[in-house]
Design a protein around this ligand. Structure first.
Ligand SMILES: C[S@@+](CC[C@H](N)C(=O)[O-])C[C@H]1O[C@@H](n2cnc3c(N)ncnc32)[C@H](O)[C@@H]1O
Length: 242
């Protein structure tokens, strides 16, 4: 029987489902231009692995609580990979740049996480250091397109065809809880993952960042640095540690 029951397989599949894209093209020059970089919620480490391959010679450090994703990242041993949550980031004034790629900022669901995590990231940065991240704009209501009537096929790293589908369980106070089901091509479920993502309004992002000791340098509405409008799908934020 086909199985995708290990977290290691799921980490491999994550890279298949999330190939390099415009947001990564946005982050990479920031990373290449900084001598020390902390990638918070680094997942399988795609961004820092690419930076090292691209000739980055400084300090690159990825932080993530997911052991299976880090195991995938650790195939490259010339980058530091640290297990942990953003709020527990243990560094003081060690990095010029922090990033959260892949909308990882949305994993901060509670107000407590949105206070503690940016504060720990601020502490890890040198004065004047930058924090760059994106988060989906709640106004664009992306979750309305995430439903299981629209499954799609993907081929995993071993060549197996799989069928992926998403089901939104609830939307409460800007927190979207959804399940991701991995099934055979015939539709037999193999694995279900559940996650909650917070869709925070711009004013809320601004307030949590200010409280953590950041000053906004730029807001963008897409990965080509277009203006942020109510219709923008993404809220892209560049802030400085003050
Ligand atoms: C959507 S993935 C993004 C991964 C990667 N940055 C990318 O661009 O592909 C979100 C990541 O955030 C991690 N994560 C979840 N809770 C976290 C927390 N409290 N602090 C830091 N990372 C967290 C997850 O384990 C996951 O790897």
């Amino acid at each position: 029987m086909l199985r995708v029951d290990s977290d290691a397989d799921a980490a491999e599949l994550y890279d298949r489902l999330n190939p390099w894209g415009p947001s990564d093209d946005f982050y990479l020059p920031f990373v290449m231009g900084a001598s020390s970089v902390l990638d918070v919620g680094c997942g399988t480490g795609v961004l820092l692995r690419r930076a090292r391959e691209g000739g980055h010679t400084g300090r690159l450090c990825g932080l993530d609580p997911d052991i299976a994703s880090l195991a995938r990242a650790r195939r490259r041993n010339d980058v530091e990979w640290v297990e942990g949550k953003a709020a527990d980031a243990p560094w003081t004034a060690e990095f010029e740049l922090a990033v959260m790629a892949g909308n990882a900022f949305q994993v901060f669901v509670t107000d407590d996480e949105l206070r503690a995590s940016p504060a720990a990231i601020r502490a890890a940065l040198t004065d004047g250091g930058r924090f760059v991240f994106g988060t989906r704009n709640p106004q664009a209501r992306a979750w309305e397109d995430w439903n299981s009537s629209d499954p799609f096929e993907v081929v995993d790293h071993t060549g197996r065809p799989l069928r992926m589908s998403y089901q939104v369980e609830s939307v409460v106070d800007g927190v979207v809880t959804l399940t991701e089901t991995t099934a055979t091509r015939e539709g037999e479920p193999l694995r279900t993952d559940r996650a909650s993502l917070r869709f925070l309004e711009v004013a809320g992002i601004d307030a949590f960042l200010g409280a953590a000791g950041f000053k906004v340098e730029n807001w963008y509405g897409d990965w080509a640095r277009g203006p942020l409008t109510a219709a923008s799908e993404d809220v892209v934020v560049v802030v400085r540690a003050v």
